[in-house]
Design a protein around this ligand. Structure first.
Ligand SMILES: [Zn+2]
Length: 403
């Protein structure tokens, strides 16, 4: 069984990893490209690219496919990512539902399934059900090479448990490392949901250019963020860095379960939005609504249809998301902020206000260099992120995991 050793130093091999990851991400985003195209986009020398690509070809991750036309009509050998050769399995665990998906290393989903559970069920029964489903999928998809788990934060990644799960105290006693690390004959990697989302956007987000840093702003039932800076996930000591949802935006505000007061999460999570919506727009909730995702959508659609109360509520949420973005920019200096999870369904309704707040509160020289957008991933970024956790580990150490 593979065990990951966590170290603080950087070696030459880290640089190779970073360059390899940049090359794979370029290949993910283009159907076919040449070594010269990669050199242009990464600034790496042809010699380094040739060396890294040779290793990737050797491992079967990249194939040479005919010729592509380059500048001056020169023909160069085309390279294509052989993404389907290696699959990864992603598991998203959240408050009411767990989802499992099989993906290839370019983020393409092969299958996904969702299981709802109630908070009255024993956590151990839910865990057993999860294990059974994963075993079944591993049986069916033999070329899965690693498994990634995305769990709600704050997740203490060295200890393997979630420090606080709002309204789910029983889950505090579940140790994810003990339960899952040695259950399958595949390596298992576990991170918290916002970090998973950040890796999903980093690996599969198709943002059109090689990025230096990215912030993923998770705005769903919980609020959090994940940061990838120069190809590294920002973890902190315990793995709970960038818990933006528990940054106080009102030091005398309502008490939060985390112990702090006036946390951002209390203002722009779906819980906050739906609580307010039930007060001011009770007519929207007369019929039974399937889930929170749909309930949020109802509020956004009411705003789209011109309902003044809904417009005001959405505007308020957007303002708080804007304050969150201001904090993300001041704290982490991201090149791009991607907002994901259920609140991002508000898309075009939210962005103008978010951008206005950021423009008002961030220096113009900084503000104009940050792009804020909604996630465009076709699969839930957290589930996709669970797959990205596994992809990230596998592609960093291919010789360890791909044999
Ligand atoms: Zn809090």
């Amino acid at each position: 069984m593979n065990k990951i050793k966590e170290v603080a130093g950087n070696n030459t091999s880290d640089l190779v990893e970073m360059n390899r990851s940049a090359i794979v991400r370029i290949l993910q985003q283009s159907d076919v490209c040449s070594r010269a195209d990669i050199a242009k986009m990464t600034g790496l020398t042809q010699a380094s690219i040739t060396k890294i690509v040779a290793v990737l070809i050797d491992m079967g991750i990249v194939n040479e496919v005919g010729f592509v036309k380059g500048s001056g009509n020169r023909r160069s050998i085309g390279l294509r990512l052989n993404a389907e050769k290696y699959l990864v399995l992603g598991v998203k665990f959240s408050r009411h539902v767990f989802s499992i998906g099989v993906f290839d290393i370019s983020g393409k989903v092969y299958t996904q399934q969702e299981t709802e559970f109630s908070l009255e069920e024993f956590a151990s029964d839910v865990v057993s059900n999860m294990k059974r489903q994963i075993h079944e999928l591993l049986e069916k998809y033999k070329n899965v090479v690693a498994i990634g788990f995305a769990v709600p934060g704050p997740y203490l990644r060295k200890e393997g448990r979630i420090a606080m799960v709002t309204r789910m105290p029983a889950w505090k006693n579940i140790n994810f490392i003990d339960e899952f690390k040695y259950e399958f004959d595949k390596p298992v990697f576990i991170e918290q949901d916002a970090n998973a989302g950040a890796l999903a956007e980093w690996w599969f987000g198709n943002h059109g250019r090689p990025l230096n840093s990215l912030a993923y702003f998770l705005a769903g039932e919980g609020v959090g963020s994940g940061i990838v800076d120069h190809d590294r996930l920002l973890l902190g000591n315990l793995g709970i860095a960038s818990e933006i949802g528990h940054i106080s935006i009102n030091v005398n505000g309502a008490k939060c379960e985390c112990g702090n007061r006036g946390c951002l999460e209390l203002y722009c999570s779906t819980t906050a939005m739906l609580k307010k919506a039930q007060e001011v727009l009770p007519e929207l909730f007369e019929e039974v609504i399937e889930n929170r995702w749909e309930a949020c959508n109802k509020v956004f659609n009411a705003a789209r249809l011109g309902n003044k109360k809904a417009i005001k509520l959405v505007e308020e949420i957007a303002e708080y998301l804007g304050y969150g973005c201001v904090t993300l920019i001041n704290a982490y200096d991201p090149e791009i902020i991607v907002i994901g999870d259920s609140i991002s369904q508000g898309g075009e309704l939210l962005l103008p206000t978010i951008n206005r707040i950021v423009k008002e509160r961030i220096l113009p020289d900084i503000c104009e260099k940050v792009q804020i957008k909604m996630s465009e991933l076709k699969v839930d970024p957290t589930l996709c992120g669970a797959a990205a956790i596994a992809t990230d580990k596998v592609l960093r150490k291919p010789s360890e995991y791909l044999v």
